[in-house]
Ligand binder design. Sequence first.
Ligand code: UGB
Length: 581
Amino acid sequence: MLNEQEFIEMLKNIDQQHLLDGLDSVDDETKKAFFDDLRLMDSSYPGGLKQYVANAKILLAESKAGKNPFNGYTPTQPDCVDLTAFNDDYFACEKLGLENIDKLAVVLVAGGLGERLGYPGIKLDIPVEVIDNTSYLAYYASVLLAMESRTGKAVPFVIMVSRDTNAGTLKALETNGYFGLNPNQVYILKQELVPAIKDNEGHIALDAPAKVAAKPHGHGDIHMLLHSSGLANKLKSQGIKYLSFIQDTNGQVFNAMFAALGASIKEGYDFNSIGVNRVPGEAVGALCKLINGDKEMTLNVEYNVLDPLLKATISPDGDVANEKGFSLFPGNINFLLIAMEPYCNILDKTKGIIAEFVNPKYSDDSRTSFKKPTRLETMMQDLPKLFTDGQKVGVTVFDRVWCFSADKNNIKDAAAKAKAGSPPESAATAESDFFWANRQKLSYAGMQVDEADEVEILGIPHTPGPRVLLRPSFALGIVDVNQRINGGSIAGDATLILEGDIYLNNVTISSGSGLVIKACQGAKVTVDNLQVDNDGYKQIMLSSDDLQSDNCPDYLKIRGYKMQAVDVAEYVFDKPGEYNI
Ligand code: UGB
């Protein structure tokens, strides 16, 4: 490690003398914090600040010259597996995926603060549903445990955190006993901030004397961290063949995970982006195959770049709807399956610096000064930019709500999005979509499912019930639900929670009623011809006083309602054995 004098010399050598000006005017503590900060940024970027500044100068010069990376490329449809319907292809892929779950590790990028949502804590702590209050983190862990109970092999769980989310994530894990996971299977990687840059010469910006302006580098940091920690190669040596990248608040992701893994294996995809129907203009990237002569690459084109690219090539009107009312290209949801072998090769070659970009807001057309400091950024979905001809990149398209319904927007913004015809992506819609997906599983297994009526809460439309929670210990794939449910019906605003090894034969749950069955490991429960009629759970709207009150938890305020158990048929089996209801 460089001593202080050497570090100062290094800064001067990379033309950052200005950082040292004004140091005389601050106290020793501030000065120490300043150098600690710079050293951390230096050590956490491959090649250090020297490399970061060098990369910044190149990218800023390209940006100044107006270089468009997609110049000359025409967007066409990507190679695609269509799994939007539950048909033979779907089930073949899901079966293949489930047979290979011992080769899968899950990588959760959770460094984002969620400013659009305005939730005060970490997003992983937010309950995906408020009947049992399962947090996103608890839910993800429960899927990993269910996978392990099938294979006997713990699923490696990599979580990327940031300065903003590190303490909260560790607290959530530690205070909940890692949600039943073994702490050894959980790998926390922390992304650091990068210095902001104030001009085309790559000078680092200060917020104040001895205070570096620092900004997030983006979720593409996950690649750098998987490389620099040695974790990618370690997991490869342990027999992991695929990494699945997921985001912090997408409760639908595991509905599609196993079929997507099957699609990767079947098609030999080295990089499989899960895609959905996209609404034109929405803040979701588009998955395109870009062709320029004999060069082609399948990539996510970010929404801000898509419209000009389309206007310049295949669609004079830009990002508009096709005849089915959707965007011309599938939407990216940052749900990726990446094959380990080519991934490790790329990481070794690039040190995990994946397709950085810079997006300065210039003061004028001369492009010589910025309105405010900028920084280099990176996105995890950009990995294929580094692929050569040898790798196969494809897209697997699922029904949107089946695989994606995130909790990203506060109530006000979500209502505005709904009004404009875009998915609201709010806590309430994420929850009702979570139940909807489970209803699909029951329906497919042959249970009669009567939908409740759509309601609007604080301007956000969603369907409250039937509220169905099928825990991963009950079923992982839709094929599993098929074996466990035989006939029966669930109506209107009813609630059903199933956890563990349970079989339902002709169970009828009337509208508004609630049935909860929980079986511990080793308990097998068969339910025959049960008729459930009770007052179940009630959804209670929050008043405007509740919404302002300090006593009302924020996870309720972001959805506008709470749930109350009134009279529920609850069966809990906490000792192994065979039981009948
Ligand atoms: N995240 C980090 O871990 N670190 C970071 O520095 C930043 C984020 P956002 P974004 O799926 O709806 C993407 O902010 O990046 C985590 C695509 O660009 O919610 O704005 C964060 O914690 C877009 O094409 O998304 O937009 C979260 O888990 C579209 O697909 C995840 O990264 C859009 O996602 C995503 O962060 C989408």
